[in-house]
Write a protein that binds this ligand. Sequence first.
Ligand SMILES: NC(=O)c1ccc[n+]([C@@H]2O[C@H](COP(=O)([O-])OP(=O)(O)OC[C@H]3O[C@@H](n4cnc5c(N)ncnc54)[C@H](OP(=O)(O)O)[C@@H]3O)[C@@H](O)[C@H]2O)c1
Length: 230
Amino acid sequence: MNTALITGASRGLGRALAVGLAREGYALIIDARDAAALDAVADEIRQAGGTVTALAGSVTDPSHRDLLLRAADGRLDLLVNNAGTLGASPLPALADYPPDALREAFEVNVIAPIALTQLMLPLLRERGGAVLNITSDAAVEAYAGWGGYGAAKAALEQASNVLAAEELAIRVWWADPGDLRTDMHQLAFPGEDISDRPLPEAIVPAFLRLVTERLPSGRYRAAHLLPAAR
Ligand SMILES: NC(=O)c1ccc[n+]([C@@H]2O[C@H](COP(=O)([O-])OP(=O)(O)OC[C@H]3O[C@@H](n4cnc5c(N)ncnc54)[C@H](OP(=O)(O)O)[C@@H]3O)[C@@H](O)[C@H]2O)c1
């Protein structure tokens, strides 16, 4: 049985990816800070016949990352660095961006996924595994107000790019999921009706293609991987 570690799996895209990968037969390790929400997802996956270890904690906490490594028990095929933060909200212009909020955005969106990847690399190399880093179009487009989040996601993209050049025994994918109807998206557009955005479940097949077809390392956009776009 293949094993996948998905960060930030208590809701939104991470939850949808966890359910999708469990259906594909992956044994899962999942995390998020809110233990109750995380356990509810784990229960749902178990009731559907899946295997899951749920560990509540923050990806920014080195001792929590060590627990995730121990839970893998020497075996990991896929690391999905999905947990993320929008940073300061409402989204401020860079001219007004509080440095502490900027630091937090980089801590969660860049430092933590790189540190977790460093921990898991020996296991991934051994099994010819893969890293999937969830990024954003804000990493490459200049949207006013998105400077903190976008700069952090751009850093994650370039780290992924270099990792792919260095780690030839594994796959490294960095992927923009597109706009999704999630808590984070609502936070970015407070008070706006976001019901026209797709639910995260709609793009899970795109990410499953990366995994099942073992596509080459590189940057992907979920919309281009969906069966309808082929
Ligand atoms: N939604 C979009 O339109 C969109 C577009 C482009 C990219 N993305 C990216 O897609 C990913 C998922 O976003 P989403 O929209 O699903 O967000 P979301 O609904 O806010 O879910 C974020 C998940 O990450 C967890 N999380 C946040 N900080 C964490 C931390 N420090 N440690 C561990 N878990 C943490 C949250 O749980 P807790 O709060 O309980 O920790 C939650 O499970 C993010 O990387 C985001 O940047 C989203």
